[in-house]
Design a protein around this ligand. Structure first.
Ligand SMILES: Cc1cc2nc3c(=O)[nH]c(=O)nc-3n(C[C@H](O)[C@H](O)[C@H](O)COP(=O)(O)O)c2cc1C
Length: 155
């Protein structure tokens, strides 16, 4: 399968997970490309105060995994803006992962994943799964590996 990992990463965590996921999925025989959403304007991005300078097209792939950080207890506004202009994705398989700092409930992970899942469904895509990765947890590498294993297993 040709799989796109479409991410926004401000400080590199989401990019790091995307790279590990790419390796894992390539081992399974998929052709995997990472494409980044980019912006002009200051970071951390504030809603309405940036322009998208690269908006990867999910139509280039058989399946798409979206990756984004949490910002201020919510989906990062760059990924939100990207999702607002998503084209139709009828029947396309999707999944997502979220990276965030705090391993605590109600600090934005579920909310962020929910927004990506809802946006995909609204465009007719099939949502196969979602993972939340807590950067501040003690056994971070183990939990990244487990999340990657589960995501790779979806396709
Ligand atoms: C402005 C800002 C706000 C953040 N707000 C939250 C938050 O509400 N909850 C949380 O768990 N992490 C929060 N974080 C931490 C990031 O979500 C986390 O470090 C994430 O892995 C960053 O991904 P990136 O390196 O790909 O940009 C925030 C980070 C920044 C810079």
């Amino acid at each position: 399968m040709k799989i796109g990992i479409i991410i926004y990463s401000q400080t590199g965590h989401t990019r790091e997970v995307a790279g590990l996921l790419q390796e894992k999925m390539a081992e399974k025989g998929h052709q995997v490309e990472i494409e980044e959403i980019t912006i002009s304007g200051k970071t951390p991005a504030q809603p309405g105060q940036f322009e998208l300078t690269a908006s990867p097209d999910p139509g280039n792939f058989d399946a798409v995994i979206f990756g984004s950080p949490v910002q201020a207890f919510n989906l990062n506004p760059v990924m939100s803006a990207y999702l607002d202009q998503l084209p139709a994705m009828q029947g396309r398989e999707t999944a997502c992962f979220i990276t965030k700092q705090l391993p605590i409930k109600w600090t934005g992970g579920t909310q962020a994943a929910g927004k990506i899942k809802d946006a995909c469904k609204a465009k007719g895509a099939v949502v196969k799964g979602a993972e939340i990765i807590f950067w501040a947890q003690r056994k971070r590498r183990d939990s990244i590996n487990q999340a990657i294993e589960r995501l790779a297993g979806l396709f």
